[in-house]
Design a protein around this ligand. Sequence first.
Ligand SMILES: Cc1ncc(COP(=O)(O)O)c(C=O)c1O
Length: 420
Amino acid sequence: MTRLWHPFTNMATVAGREFVVDRAEGVWVWTEDGQRLLDATGSLWYVNVGHGRVEIADAVREQLVKLDSYNIFNDYANRPALELADRLAGLAPVADGHVFLTPGGGDGIETAAKLARRFWAVEGAPERNHLIGRASAFHGAGGFGTTIGGIEANLQDIGPLVGGVSRVAYDSLDDLRAEIERLGSERVAAVFVEPVVGAGGVLPPPAGYIEGVAALCAETGVLFVLDEVICAFGRLGHWFAAERFGVEPDMIVFAKGVTSGYQPLGGVIAAGRLAAPFWTGDGDYFRTGQTYSGHPACCAAALVNLDIIEREGLLARSRELEGVLADALAPLTELDEVSEVRAGLGLMAAVELAPEAIGAGITVPAVFEATRAEGVITRPLGTSLGISPPLTITAEEIGLIPAAIGVAIEAVAKAGSRAG
Ligand SMILES: Cc1ncc(COP(=O)(O)O)c(C=O)c1O
């Protein structure tokens, strides 16, 4: 009997048959019963520097021994939180960035949504409160994030969602422009954009889309919020994906790769002009935050993680490997069961199964399971398998991914034809 209720999971399919991961090193993980697997997803898109980095563990231990935790409400601060805020503001292409720390990405999205509305309210335009998201997007499990997100299944049966939110196609600037015009730009607070849609299936933006959103926001005054929870810290080959597209968002939401998952941490980097009403003159309250905002052990982990990314040149390495990953996966499209491989923008990819294959029982869960039995962990994402390995992976190890998926598809197809 198990008591652990897993996130985003049908427990009837899992209870009593959990896949218990016991230890990890580099790009490899081991289960409790000794199976070694290639972690081709970096857990949930976050183990950017790879597993088993003792120097991050040491930094966390040292910090916990010195100061286990202390909140940063009111005038309290701790040195790692102050240093991390400085460091992130210096790295991010956000004008005069001010950093709000949260325990994770979803809380970062809630914070960004509130700040977008609150900013316009203190600017004297409280009616400017509409938020726009995109179909297929994922922005976390909070109230705002769930509503702004566009994965249909996540929106079902949870009653009325947050008001004043709408969604547009993920790949059409015209659709976004039409929605802003329909509402009137003076009513739209912000638009939320994942640089590459992650959980929705690794959907890269059409050429010019991100730049186009930035231009449209500049033209209409709508705030441009880039959700870089997956795409920052090297996933797209830069500290922030915004650099890849040459854009300067009003806010960047981050999490995951900021600590490579060694500690839970996220946040928002907000442009100085959004912070100004709260920071200057008489100032004002921004009434949000979490108990563990700015937790010193999480910030200490982030600082060492950023050191590792810098010291080992992992941004450049990611840029080199994205083509290697795309080339390695491309031959899978020769299989009848694979309709598409989406890869080449960042060290992330998706292998899409053909509808006919899925109809014939070669389903994503079945192929995922069979790939894992072959020793490679991918991630089921709707009709595709997602891939987002640590940035430390080698070209040789990348080669194991399509090999395992190919064998898995064949095995599932054979098992199906035997059963049939
Ligand atoms: C793009 C994006 N935004 C937000 C989130 C939510 O982050 P968290 O799970 O840390 O709350 C995720 C999580 O996968 C994500 O992929």
